[in-house]
Design a protein around this ligand. Structure first.
Ligand SMILES: [Zn+2]
Ligand SMILES: [Zn+2]
Length: 216
């Protein structure tokens, strides 16, 4: 593994601390492990931007190239890509992975890559659905069907949380609701973003509790 000068990866500061450092470490470990692997569906070789994109998509166990990921989540490829790039660049830990991928592909750390993750730098869909549920709706969701599945994910975070969540939702009936407890602070952003990417819906988010409706 080629070593990469730290200032290229961490432009904003000399050192990363605590929680962020731990997240960065996990992102990079996953990317090192997956580097050069084949798409689990079509067997094309994945670029490092693709292995990175598998982390917030919840597919680090079964990495997919962009076209296969889009097919898997039933989204148009370009919209999915733009949304993923916008999300990656909004998170410090994933941005470090993005910069590392650029460097490994012979680009400047902050360049727009020439692989299929090359996107116009603006207009990427980062519209955040922040509208809180109305009180009546929130209560209805909270009380929900008594048969709702529950899962306490404890402190699981980032890729591990999303991976396990994907397994659990896959095993549930279409349209059913999972009541999830996720204490990691990053869940506030990670869960709605992941649901947008994959077509599931967050019915209600009252951190650390989340009600997620499995897609049909
Ligand atoms: Zn593929
Ligand atoms: Zn790439």
């Amino acid at each position: 593994m080629a070593s990469v000068a730290a200032p290229d990866l961490f432009p904003s500061r000399g050192m990363l601390e605590g929680d962020v450092a731990e997240r960065v470490k996990r992102v990079l470990e996953t990317m090192f492990r997956l580097e050069g692997c084949a798409c689990a569906s079509c067997e094309a070789r994945l670029c490092n931007h693709e292995t990175l994109a598998c982390i917030p998509s919840g597919f680090a166990d079964r990495p997919l190239c962009l076209p296969c990921l889009a097919a898997e989540v039933r989204r148009p490829q370009e919209g999915l890509r733009d949304e993923l790039v916008a999300y990656v660049l909004s998170k410090e830990c994933l941005t470090v992975g993005w910069r590392w991928a650029n460097l490994r592909e012979g680009e400047a750390a902050d360049a727009t890559p020439r692989c299929r993750w090359s996107v116009p730098g603006e207009g990427a869909g980062s519209a955040r659905e922040r509208s809180p549920a109305s009180p009546g709706l929130a209560a209805a969701v909270r009380e929900g069907p008594s048969s709702a599945e529950e899962w306490d994910a404890g402190d699981l975070a980032c890729g591990d949380l999303l991976l396990e969540l994907r397994f659990r939702l896959d095993a549930m009936a279409p349209g059913s609701v999972l009541r999830l407890t996720a204490r990691d602070a990053g869940a506030r952003e990670d869960l709605p973003a992941w649901c947008r990417l994959t077509g599931h819906s967050v019915l209600l988010a009252e951190h650390p509790a989340y009600w997620i409706r499995r897609k049909e």
